[in-house]
Design a protein around this ligand. Structure first.
Ligand code: Z5A
Length: 217
């Protein structure tokens, strides 16, 4: 019988280095001879990426209701699970995902103020017990992450998306919510200090990941 793959997520506020490190994690696992599926949320499928477009579109003339935002996150996730994540895990591949449901508890819960109990109802409905095996939470102070993001936006001449237009107190609430979740599930979370140079951050990630791979094999 094929051994189920493992599900690894990267989480954290804007600009902490998730996109930069998703590829690093995938390459480390591939170097161990594992099949890896790299993906992201919201998105990861054709329909999920279309929903991502709706969620990130700044369109200020038509505000998105917080409950609609929450439901769209889970609609994209339901498609992502059915089409990509669950089949990959079932055939033994390891899935590395840039954000997952911890982001919903952090942004729609901490940031927007939706009660965790309401989010948990949707989590149970959509995920039916599935949760990541390991979550790497890249953590750094909100103002330092913002500076990184600003310089990336400048370098690539990118526009701010709907979330990136939020203010400092929103991102502080997001960070607090992530840290609270990490405290509640220390066996699943590894909190990585993301303030350091990329080499130092990646040394922390490598150490955590290789330890888990050895444990799971
Ligand atoms: N969202 C939600 O609300 N609810 C949900 O359930 C989910 C998501 C799943 C889109 O996600 C938005 O969706 C997100 C939350 C919401 N909005 N926000 N904010 P996203 O993943 O696309 O969003 P993001 O956080 O804006 O991604 P990002 O801007 O790409 O950030 P990042 O991936 O963490 O950072 P990065 O691009 O890898 O790095 C930023 C810059 O810093 C870049 O120039 C790097 O080269 C540089 N960098 C990275 N690491 C270092 C170190 N160690 N030193 C120096 N410089 C570094």
């Amino acid at each position: 019988m094929t051994k189920r793959g493992r599900f690894i997520t990267l989480e954290g506020g804007e600009g902490v280095g998730k996109s930069t490190n998703v590829g690093f994690v995938a390459e480390l696992l591939e170097a161990q001879g594992l099949e890896v599926v790299r993906t992201r949320e919201p998105g990861g499928t054709v329909r999920g990426e279309a929903i991502r477009g709706l969620l990130l579109d700044p369109a200020p003339q038509e505000p998105l209701h917080v409950d609609a935002e929450l439901l769209l996150m889970f609609a994209a996730r339901a498609q992502h699970l059915a089409e990509k994540i669950l089949p990959a895990l079932a055939r033994g591949a390891w899935v590395v995902c840039d954000r997952f449901t911890d982001a919903t508890f952090a942004y729609q819960g901490g940031g927007r103020g939706i009660a965790n109990e309401r989010i948990a109802v949707l989590e149970n409905f959509v995920q039916q017990g599935l949760s990541p095996d390991l979550t790497l939470l890249l953590d750094m102070p909100e103002n330092a992450a913002k500076q990184r993001l600003e310089s990336r936006l400048r370098d690539r001449s990118e526009q701010r998306d709907r979330f990136e237009q939020e203010q400092a107190d929103f991102f502080q609430a997001v960070r607090n919510a992530y840290l609270a979740r990490a405290q509640e599930a220390p066996e699943r979370f590894a909190v990585i200090d993301a303030q350091h140079s990329l080499d130092t951050v990646q040394a922390q990630i490598r150490h955590t990941l290789l330890e888990r791979v050895a444990e799971w094999r």
